[in-house]
Design a protein around this ligand. Structure first.
Ligand code: UDX
Length: 467
């Protein structure tokens, strides 16, 4: 259907997938669009909207005037009582409920502000099925992709892998199968695909089916905005012709020291760790964080705690309330002494910008990867699931800005392995030098005249034209 014409002003509806690692980067894009004077309605599901509001600080920074162009709202997610915490269930319930909820929302907006009807819907890559909803309301449809360009590229290979019989219907390949997209992109082996979840094949099957649907739906999308940068992932960006790299969005719109609801943190940030970091020497602290979803056994957390202690270095560790397989972790007595600081949720972008942080022990989520490398911080890699295995390969093998923490034959990363890798990453200056170079590369890309800067400008100019 033809795009709505005759509006006085463009108006974007931004629809993230309701997980921390998806909402946050789309909000950064939305903020940038709003800064250019374009109205944005950012729509979360109700429980996420409530969570963000209750997590944001009472003394949040005053908003810039142009942020008045950005409105946050919510719709129901279609889940029943007791299902509120099941992120995987959402993949199905959203597919059923979102087209109707968003149609109603757009109808209400269009009726109440006829000069500012919705002209463009930007939806998360997992929700590309919303293209029909957007088109039926006369709006242009654009996909937003939070993970790497390589993670998008590998999805495109699924039909071929199935056809040649290297992959079964559950998304598993037999040992020995190696998938390559280009000589310039690290390859994928068994259990390294973004849908792989070897410890729970039922969940893997859900991820794989979702990935197959994404392949079909994204192939029809006119434009795929990606939170990556051409200079970081040149080969992967070239593989997808309709992909527009505009990142790292963490640099385009970094969180300030007292972020408000429009930074979209799902948990209250413990700012006391910034003062604690102030008291440490430059480049001396290990920052440990596994993002928003990874969980571990108590045994594994014990090994990490002792490994950190044995390293003799200062560490700041984000121990989420559900980190021990959904429960509160039990930490050794006296762990958080002079050298250690434990918080439930950190202001991560501020922490990674702090002069005293010398290394990021990370699960290698794509947001964390970009946040660390664009601030020149070397990595210790401990991937948990999804694209994190491939991000680890970028970090360790292609960019050479970090080291793997390997597990033993029982799947445990031992305290000795942890201590040894901490020593190695701090003692080898190569990692910091390479990370500093990538910091410059990404800053140039988002800076005036850089490739991400130009792409974002091109997109914003396009938004102005389609009203
Ligand atoms: C998930 C996937 O893991 C990731 O690989 C995918 O690309 C996006 O979705 P998540 O596991 O949460 O995300 O990791 P990540 O992508 O790193 O996102 C976590 C976000 O939470 C980051 O933006 C980080 O800054 C923020 N965070 C994390 C905090 O603000 N404070 C914390 O204490 C921890």
């Amino acid at each position: 259907m033809a795009v709505t014409k005759g509006n006085k002003k463009p108006h974007v509806l931004a629809v993230p997938f309701p997980a921390q690692g998806h909402v946050k980067p789309l909000m950064k894009l939305a903020r940038q669009i709003a800064k250019h004077g374009i109205k944005v309605t950012f729509v979360n599901i109700e429980c996420v909207h409530r969570q963000i509001l209750s997590s944001s600080r009472a003394e949040a920074e005053a908003e810039d005037e142009d942020m008045q162009n950005l409105v946050m709202t919510s719709v129901s997610d279609g889940r029943g009582p007791g299902e509120e915490h099941d992120v995987f269930k959402l993949l199905d319930t959203l597919r059923n409920s979102m087209p109707r909820s968003l149609t109603e929302l757009i109808e209400t907006i269009n009726a109440s502000t006829p000069d500012e009807r919705i002209t463009c819907v930007i939806a998360d890559i997992t929700m590309a099925y919303l293209s029909r909803t957007a088109e039926s309301m006369g709006a242009e449809f654009v996909v937003f992709s939070p993970p790497s360009a390589a993670a998008v590229g590998i999805l495109g290979l699924i039909p071929k892998l199935l056809e040649e019989g290297s992959m079964d219907q559950d998304g598993s390949v037999t040992n020995g199968v190696i998938t390559s997209l280009s000589k310039d992109i690290p390859e994928w082996k068994k259990d390294e695909y973004s849908w792989s979840f070897a410890i729970d094949l039922k969940t893997q099957k859900i991820f794989f089916e979702c990935s197959r649907r994404i392949v079909r739906e994204v192939s029809e999308a006119r434009l795929l905005i990606s939170n990556t940068c051409y200079e970081l992932e040149t080969a992967a960006c070239d593989l997808t012709p309709n992909l527009l790299p505009v990142g790292p969005l963490t640099l385009v719109n970094p969180d300030g020291p007292k972020p408000g609801p429009k930074s979209c943190s799902f948990h209250p940030q413990d700012l006391s760790c910034l003062t604690w970091l102030d008291g440490k020497a430059d480049g001396s602290v290990i920052y440990v964080s596994f993002g928003s979803l990874a969980v571990f056994s108590q045994q594994q957390l014990d090994e990490l705690a002792f490994g950190l202690e044995m390293s003799g270095r200062a560490f700041l560790w984000v121990v989420r309330a559900d980190l021990a397989n959904g429960s509160r972790a039990v930490l050794p007595d006296g762990l958080a002494g002079e050298n250690g600081k434990i918080v439930e949720w950190a202001p991560q972008e501020e922490v990674l910008s702090h002069r005293s942080v010398g290394c990021f022990l990370s699960h290698c989520g794509w947001n964390s990867t970009l946040e660390g490398l664009s601030r020149g911080v070397p990595f210790l890699c401990w991937p948990y699931f999804s694209d994190q295995f491939h991000n680890q390969k970028y970090i360790c093998d292609k960019w050479e800005i970090g080291l793997r923490i390997d597990h033993d034959e029982n799947g445990i990363r031992s305290r000795h392995e942890i201590r040894e890798k901490i020593d190695l990453v701090f003692c080898d200056d190569r990692f910091r030098k390479n990370a500093s170079r990538l910091k410059e590369v990404t800053r140039e890309s988002v800076g005036e005249g850089g490739s991400s800067y130009k792409n974002l400008k091109k997109f914003i100019d396009h938004l102005r034209k389609i009203c």
